[in-house]
Ligand binder design. Structure first.
Ligand code: S6P
Ligand code: ZN
Length: 194
């Protein structure tokens, strides 16, 4: 018999689930290696340890065929010129896809094919769905002045591999520019400092 209580959950686009099954908060000090401008990152860490993003998870089932729903929020802010972003990952079962649904705010998803390195940035925000195909590392960036909120819906069996991204990072970063967000190659941010 299906337990109906387990299948439904109330949520609010601004605040997420009334009763998440788990919550993970990532603060600035948890994000070593994420920002390309390491000098700016170290200076920001000395100044404080603000919340950068959090994920609430609704896990109605843990079987091979089940789905999990993550409600993510990224705070507005920058490290140097780089907008706040998630660590990013590829799924442990790399072939498993994910659907992102933008709920509030404005931002981008960086998508990078782990097989050939091909990368793209696509806008994510209120009113937009992004399909993340298998074998694609994904990172979410808040380029707006308010909080970015979204759902990510993925297989309960997908798993999260952060190590692969730490070793072979996304090629692009999103910078705050005078005329709006600028997508630049990661190595250019490193070059700016030398
Ligand atoms: C899970 C999904 C999201 C992320 C969230 C935080 O597959 O992609 O819920 O977990 O955006 O990002 P990260 O890279 O810290 O897991
Ligand atoms: Zn994912």
């Amino acid at each position: 018999m299906v337990d109906i209580e387990r299948l439904v959950r109330d949520f609010n686009p601004e605040h997420g689930f009334t009763e998440p099954d788990s919550v993970t908060e990532r603060r600035l000090h948890d994000l070593s290696g994420v920002f390309a401008d390491t000098a700016a990152y170290e200076a920001a860490c000395l100044a404080g340890n603000p919340l950068v993003y959090s994920v609430q998870i609704f896990t109605p089932g843990g079987g091979e065929g089940d789905l999990h729903v993550g409600y993510g929020t990224i705070e507005p802010g920058t490290v140097g010129s780089e907008f706040f972003m998630t660590k990013g990952h590829v799924h442990e079962r790399a072939e498993m896809a994910e659907v992102y649904i933008g709920l509030r705010g404005k931002g981008y998803m960086l998508l990078q094919d782990v097989r050939d390195g091909g990368n793209r940035a696509v806008e994510l925000g209120e009113g937009r769905i992004v399909y993340v195909p298998g074998h694609t590392a994904h990172r979410t960036v808040n380029s707006g002045s308010g909080r970015l909120a979204y759902f990510g819906i993925y297989s309960a069996a997908a798993g999260h591999d952060y190590r692969r991204i730490a070793e072979d990072d996304f090629d692009a970063v999103v910078l705050r520019g005078a005329a709006g967000p600028r997508l630049v190659p990661r190595r250019e941010v490193r070059d700016m400092k030398s």
